[in-house]
Ligand binder design. Sequence first.
Ligand code: ATP
Length: 363
Amino acid sequence: MRRPPDGMLTLSEIECRYDDALVVRGLSMEVARGTIACLLGPSGCGKTTVLRAIAGFHPVDRGEIRLSGRVVSRPGFVLPPERRRLGMVFQDHALFPHLTVADNVGFGLRRAAAAVRRKTVERVLETVGLAAMARRYPHELSGGQQQRVALARALAPQPDLILLDEPFSNLDVELRERLSGEVHDILKRQGTTAVLVTHDQHEAFALGEQIGVMREGRILQWDTAYNLYHEPNCRFVADFIGQGVFLPGTLLAPDTVETELGIYRGNRAYPWGKGARIEVLLRPDDIVPDPDGPLRAAVTQKAFKGAEILYTLRLSSGGNVLALFPSHADHPIGALVGVRVQADHLVAFPSPDSASRTGTAPN
Ligand SMILES: Nc1ncnc2c1ncn2[C@@H]1O[C@H](COP(=O)(O)OP(=O)(O)OP(=O)(O)O)[C@@H](O)[C@H]1O
């Protein structure tokens, strides 16, 4: 028997447009079976358009989309959405208000035998933790429960792939975080392949095993959350993901830099040559307290985060860094605190003014 290819979903160099406007530009990605992938990017970068193209609601002008190895979209051909074996969950979850939870979930199983439908609905409601709510109507549920019903409805027909478009954006922050974790666990338990689009990094990190950071219709980096945070491949990704500052410095050796916070060595070699002017990315967790060390910085702002405090610190040059200290290290505004850099990952880019001189693009 022929084995299906590992790539459940493959996008090869796709382009999509609205009239004359090209909004997806040669985008490629591959999602393995059972993986939760995520497209993350600012508003208007083309995330929803990519999702609509995967669903079969938007044509591709170039490239192709394959599901389980079979071409479902190419220029001039779009396999209709209902023939793609997809489940979809959108932010407005659009449950049928006049149907009970059980009937909403069973909606996609109308052609199945009644007994099969009932058993499937029971199983899926159990999976999303709403077995006790089967007879309620959508207006009798909280927003988070409604969103779980929407997920149950998408899971019930056992689709090959689930598409989620900003599914939690209507919910408050706390619920959003909890539900992202729950949905992650449900999808993994079911072994469902999923693609989520969001502009919310926390949602992407909570759910996505592979995340594509998009800008202007392209994926700039396709990677794990850990690598996007610690090893961004360009300034845009470094800025978009997490917090941090860029501190000017000089390359002393391919893996060694000097900034006003001292000389430190990283985990990779840079090609720009000794003496190149660079900017080093420092995340708040790269700056650690060092009361006995020689470096001092002044607290200019602080934000209490519970277990930690995020400090903005002014260096003697006038530059600022962010530092995340355990919250029992409580320093007032204006205090001088001892710090040092403790970064395993050295992320540097050529200084914007030297990039043209060296002719080296950051990525
Ligand atoms: N129906 C449409 N007609 C014309 N242009 C559109 C249409 N839908 C989207 N666009 C444009 O295409 C670009 C990409 O839109 P898209 O909705 O894919 O972005 P997005 O990244 O999902 O944004 P958001 O996070 O705000 O939903 C935007 O510039 C948008 O204005």
